[in-house]
Each structure stands twice: as C-alpha cells, then as structure tokens.
Design a protein around this ligand. Structure first.
Ligand SMILES: *Cc1c(COP(=O)(O)O)cnc(C)c1O
Length: 389
C-alpha cells in the first residue's frame, strides 16, 4: 500500500465506527486539481453526490470554483456552505424543485428540451445560466450500472433529439460519460461529442466535461488532460468545466471499525461494528473489496506475502443480511475482540450513502485538520434512526 494512504492519526482515541477525513490527504488532491486549473484556466467543481462533508468545505473552496448538485438539498448545501458557483444537473426537475433551485443555484443544466422550454422563463428571470445535457453516445464506463451512454439511457439529449431551434438562451452544453477513467478515455468521449455536437460548441459560453475523471489517482495523465482542455478551448473559444467527485476526496477518508466477535465456520470470520450494507454500500453495489490498512486482500495475496500475512479472516457486518460481507483478508497477526480495522478510501460514495438499515447506528464523523488536530464533527444515535421512519 502506498505510504500516503496510511493514516497518521492515533486511532486509539477514536470511537468506532467512525469516518475519519484527513485534510492533508484532501489538500494533496486539491493541489493537483488546482494545478490543472492554473495550467488550463478550466473551472473545477466538487460533485456533491460523491462527497458532501461540509465541515471540510472551507479547505476545498480555497481551491475549487464551486459545486455540482443534483437536487434542491444539495444545491442548498452548496449555496450555504460552499458559496461559490452552484451548478445543478439532474434527470428532471419537479415544479416545486425549480422554485427552490433558482434560489440556490447559479447554473441549471436541463436533461431535455422539454424541461428547458418548461422552465426557461423562471430560470432566466432569476439570472440563472442555463445548459443542456447532451449524450455523446460513447462511453467506456467499465460497469453498465455506471454507463450514462448505454442503449435507452435517460441521461442527456442525443443528437437525434437535439432541438437546434430552441438553443436561444442556452449558454452551455454538458456531458458526463466517464467513471473512474483516464484522460485517454476522455479524449475518445470528447471526439465522439465533437463529431456529433461540435458545430454548436462555438455558440456556447462553456462546455462541461462532467465527472468521472480519475485525476488524483496515481498514474493519471494530467498532461494529456491539460492538453485536451487547452486545445478544446482554442478550437471553440469557450470555457471548460470539470466536475469530479471522486477525484476530490480520493483516499482522503477512512472508516475505522472494531472487531466485536470472532467465529469459525470453515474459516475465521470477524464480525465488526460496521457493515457493508449500511456504511459502505458500494462494496456490495459496485461490487468491490476495500483495502484495509496493514492487511492484504486475500485474493491478491502472493505466496511471498503469505509468509508475513499469515492469518486469514472474512470480515463481516452487523446487519442480518446474509451477504453483508466486506471481504476476505490476510493479516500479519491474529485479530482479537476489540482489534481496530481501518478501511481506506471511504470518504467518497460511502458517507453520502449510509443507511440505518437494521437500526445499525451511523458512524461518527471526525476530521483530522491540517494542523494535525482531530475533531469529532458529529455523533449519531436513536433519533437519527427514528426520524427517518
Ligand atoms: C456522478 C457525477 C459526477 C461525479 O462523478 P465522479 O465519478 O465522482 O467524478 C459529476 N457529474 C455528474 C453529472 C454526475 O452524475
């Protein structure tokens, strides 16, 4: 595991389960994104869908230009807690949602010309910059669940349905077709988008390249990204927006849990005070196996590794769901009741997706500030469970 992904905090003090956000790791990502901004003049927004822990917004807004929201709640959070640009993009807006969105957002992206015609008046009256989401009908998204360009996709207007005659008042076009992908994948999506919609780009003020750019991942080709943005801007003479979620808080958060019991049914199984189902649902949904600090995922453990990582455990959750399994891991030492387990990369798409299924309590939220101080931001209890029902 990369050294940077080892948390430098004293987990002895942390109650479990807890999410811990490491602001130094967050800032490391922000500096990479800022570099892209400086080199290209592109604007970069935080996609709240992936990460909305607003106690860290004061740090993030030093570097990024605003947020991308998909609902009135996200837009309100962005407006009140972030306070820069609030770009909204969702598959459809209800009448009452639009009333709220025009109060909290600076830009609204419509997913159909139907919706644009319906809300054009109110949006323009409020000085909202309006855009249309287009579907380039090309994506290399690795999983169908995350492919906005698959057959019958409801996301974005295809060239066939594009109403050129209704562009009056539209300031930008938006596409989102990537998922944890490289600059090379962007290059090919961009080619498809330009082939189909290129003649409209120069009539716009901006084009938004969406999210899914894995910019802060090791090995990402930021030079290629910058070249693509620069040459695009030169070709069309317009601004470029990016709205990554994952890349902003990649590897900046941990979920710390404790071993509650250890049983054996053909293998050792440690039951934790957390759960895949309630605290890290993408582990089951994506699905994937998260990394654990100081341990190895069993399936990727070599014979050599096994000389050090001798003890294998299945890590399971607290809910009654039979499949509430986080994964099989090899540890260098035996686990015991009370042992702490630290899952990495848990700030994104985990904190925003937690549930209280089975009445399992939500993890506390802690932030380790840039100065090294650990702050407990929020703890949850019975009322948080009850209030939703
Ligand atoms: C999900 C989403 C994002 C953020 O995607 P990441 O993969 O987290 O970077 C940005 N824009 C739109 C429209 C999205 O749906």
């Amino acid at each position: 595991m990369e050294a940077s992904r080892f948390p430098k905090f004293n987990i002895g003090e942390v109650k479990t389960p807890s999410f811990i956000i490491d602001e130094r790791a967050l800032e490391k990502n922000l500096k990479i994104l800022n570099d892209v901004k400086q080199k290209t003049g592109a604007k970069i927004l935080l996609a709240l869908k992936a990460y909305s822990a607003f106690s860290t917004f004061p740090l993030i807004k030093k570097y990024l230009d605003g947020v991308c929201a998909s609902s009135p709640h996200e837009a309100k959070l962005g407006c009140k807690e972030f306070g820069k640009e609030v770009v909204v993009a969702a598959p459809a807006y209800k009448e009452e949602d639009i009333q709220e969105l025009v109060e909290y957002s600076t830009c609204i992206v419509f997913n159909s010309f139907n919706q644009w015609r319906r809300y054009k008046k109110i949006a323009l009256e409020h000085g909202i910059e309006c855009g249309i989401r287009i579907n380039p009908e090309y994506s290399e998204a690795p999983v169908e669940l995350y492919n906005p360009c698959s057959a019958y996709s409801r996301l974005g207007v295809t060239i066939k349905n594009f109403e050129e005659e209704h562009l009056n008042g539209i300031k930008g076009l938006h596409f989102h077709a990537l998922c944890e992908q490289s600059a090379g994948a962007l290059e090919r999506v961009l080619e498809a988008a330009e082939r189909k919609f290129g003649k409209y780009f120069s009539k716009m003020k901006w084009v938004n390249f969406g999210g899914g750019h894995h910019i802060t991942k090791e090995g990402y080709d930021t030079n290629l990204l910058c070249n693509l943005i620069q040459s695009f801007k030169k070709r069309h003479g317009i601004d470029v927006y990016l709205e990554p979620g994952e890349a902003v808080a990649l590897n900046a958060g941990f979920l710390v849990a404790s071993v509650v019991d250890i049983i054996n049914n053909g293998m050792d199984i440690a039951i934790l005070d957390t759960s895949a189902e309630t605290h890290m649902p993408d582990v089951l949904g994506m699905p994937y196996t998260p990394e654990v600090v100081g341990a190895k995922i069993a399936s990727s453990c070599t014979e050599k590794d096994k000389k050090i990582f001798k003890y294998d455990y299945r890590l399971g959750g607290l809910t009654c769901l039979a499949g509430d399994i986080i994964g099989d891991y090899m540890f260098p030492e035996k686990l015991s009741i009370g042992s702490k387990i630290i899952f990495t990369n848990m700030a994104i798409y985990s904190m925003v997706k937690t549930t209280t299924f089975n009445g399992v309590n939500l993890p506390s939220i802690c932030v380790q500030r840039l100065n090294g101080k650990m702050e407990i931001i929020r703890e949850f209890g019975y009322e948080d469970f009850k209030r939703r029902l």
